[in-house]
Design a protein around this ligand. Structure first.
Ligand SMILES: [Ca+2]
Length: 317
């Protein structure tokens, strides 16, 4: 099995873990990484994506993407969660490679023209690059095999507001366009990702097998886990972005439902995801205007982190 992937990312500590997974699992054919602002400014996200790719021993293209939200004012990044450098404040070498000549949205459009129907787009940051790709060429939606978005929260509370998850809150207008597009989409949100805790012993076992990449994973994890200890009663971190990859490889671990997804763009509901189950009649059609998508409502978190460890320790880097 080969799954051609474009991975849209804002690394970010949990992004770094997912990038390690992406390169460690031979089932993934990584066509490119595209970067966005989010956890960090886009320049930092691009630098980190290049560096993590290099540490994984790959020369996969990295295309730089959007620097700010489509509509709302550029806001704060999550530097208190991920560190000033996005990877827990460590001494990182400069990457040797440079970004792709195309920007992220053009890269997505071009690659889907080269390989129509084959590419899965995994988006684990704010959704501006996907919205821009749709604006450049709406038919991109017909050429994507599947979109998997790490973001949103259906029943679970939000993580940056009482109702909003960080990726969706960072650019709700982009999310609105992405949820309205006619592509097969799955949302892997906090209802799933909060079920998994990557604890320190497991991360140490993973890092020990990942060479120079493992050292970066270990140092960034320590900073990230300190944040989680300060705000939540867990020892470790939620490996949010890796859950989107787990969904592709171990779908049986997820509890899903079909329905229509929309998003609040202002006021108290800014960034909140609304889910109207398929076939459910409400007072009016406001909640059911978007195409049917799949949302994750739960996940076997223990099995998910066991899968992460299995993939990341299978061979020594
Ligand atoms: Ca991310």
């Amino acid at each position: 099995m080969s799954l051609p992937i474009i991975f849209d990312t804002d690394p970010g500590v949990d992004d770094a873990q997912a990038i390690a997974l992406l390169f460690a699992d031979p089932a993934f054919e990584v066509i490119g990484l595209t970067t966005t602002f989010g956890n960090v400014p886009v320049s930092t996200a691009t630098r980190n994506a290049l560096l993590l790719t290099e540490l994984a021993g790959r020369d996969t293209p990295v295309a730089a993407g959007v620097a700010e939200p489509l509509v709302k004012p550029a806001g704060n990044h999550a530097l208190h969660v991920h560190g000033q450098d996005g990877l827990g404040n460590q001494q990182l070498p400069a990457p040797r490679q440079v970004p792709h000549t195309l920007d992220a949205a053009h890269f997505i459009v071009e690659q889907t023209r080269l390989r129509p129907g084959e590419i899965t787009l995994v988006a684990v940051g704010p959704l501006g690059n996907l919205a821009l790709a749709l604006a450049l060429d709406p038919t991109v939606a017909e050429r994507i095999r599947e979109v998997v978005v790490m973001g949103g929260a259906i029943v679970e509370p939000g993580n940056v507001t009482p109702v909003a998850e960080a990726n969706i809150f960072s650019d709700p207008h982009a999310a609105a366009r992405v949820f309205a597009a006619p592509w097969p989409l799955t949302l892997v949100g906090l209802d799933a990702t909060h079920r998994a805790v990557l604890d320190p012993p497991r991360l140490q076992r993973i890092a020990a097998r990942q060479g120079a990449l493992g050292e970066v994973l270990a140092r960034s994890y320590d900073f990230y886990a300190d944040f989680y200890r300060s705000v939540k009663d867990i020892d470790g971190c939620h490996p949010h972005d890796s859950c989107a990859l787990a969904y592709l490889r171990r779908p049986e671990l997820f509890h899903t439902a079909r329905g229509h997804l929309s998003v609040g763009t202002e006021g108290l509901a800014e960034g909140q995801t609304f889910f109207a189950p398929e076939g459910r009649a409400y007072l009016d059609g406001r909640w059911s205007g978007n195409p049917l998508v799949t949302v994750c409502l739960g996940m076997d978190g223990a099995a998910m982190v066991a899968w992460m460890e299995e993939v990341l320790t299978a061979t020594e880097r």
